[in-house]
Ligand binder design. Structure first.
Ligand code: ZN
Length: 227
């Protein structure tokens, strides 16, 4: 069965972006993995929360969310939340996981625009993650001359065939996840440190995500990498 890799900046980004589609692939027998680039150490309103406890909690929450979706495993790169920069080290870590997991499909942030739908700013960690993920897919993971230490460790070059970018200004691929919206909310609800105090999180999400025709869509910009 093919493999899909979700590459997200923060714990919960992957679920917002593609939980429905990831769960569908998992239910069809795909091996679905998550890779989270930052340590999730920011964004809490609880000022008394010790930093190390928050990081540990967010790792556990992401693991639980992945279990709920049927993902096989989740990996963490542990870069500092809110300070992620596009570096050769970030690209190397993503290339390593592409060569190790060998996904046919990669799902990640669309990094190409700073402003999305004239309604919000694409977080800099999202842009750094999406840019590094795209560069890792093409050309870096394909060429054995990049990071030759991988080859020495037994990791062969790898070609990803399909990329799906969420939160895009240019979606061209809609997935109807109406039957999966409850599971998506269930997975997001594992992120207790983010949404634990929002009693109406489920109702709010159902309302906000619903299309005019009552359906729920996950919309992606899809790249079919034939070559
Ligand atoms: Zn995020």
């Amino acid at each position: 069965m093919p493999t899909a890799l979700v590459i997200a900046a923060h714990p919960d980004d992957g679920e917002f972006g593609c939980a429905g589609y990831a769960a569908r692939l998992a239910s069809q027998g795909w091996d679905v993995y998550f890779l989270v680039t930052t340590n999730g150490a920011k964004g809490t309103e609880d000022r008394a929360m010790p930093r190390e406890r928050l990081i540990a909690q967010r790792v556990e929450e992401q693991r639980e969310a992945c279990r709920r979706l049927g993902a096989r495993d989740v990996f963490f790169l542990g870069f500092e939340d809110g300070e992620l920069a596009y570096t050769r080290e970030l690209v190397e870590r993503i290339v390593w996981h592409l060569r190790f997991l060998r996904p046919q499909t990669v799902l990640t942030h669309d990094p190409t625009d700073i402003i999305i739908r004239d309604s919000f700013i694409n977080h800099p960690d999202h842009r750094a993650t999406g840019t590094a993920a795209l560069d890792a897919v093409y050309p870096t993971a394909r060429d054995h001359l990049n990071f030759p230490e991988h080859l020495a460790a037994g990791l062969e070059p790898h070609k990803v065939r399909e990329v799906l970018l969420w939160n895009s200004n240019h979606p061209n691929f809609d997935v109807d996840v109406t039957d999966l919206v409850d599971l998506k909310i269930h997975a997001l609800s594992a992120h207790v440190s983010q949404f634990g105090k929002q009693e109406d999180f489920a109702a709010f999400s159902r309302e906000r995500w619903r299309n005019d025709d009552g359906r729920y869509l996950e919309r992606f910009r899809r790249l079919d990498l034939q070559f």
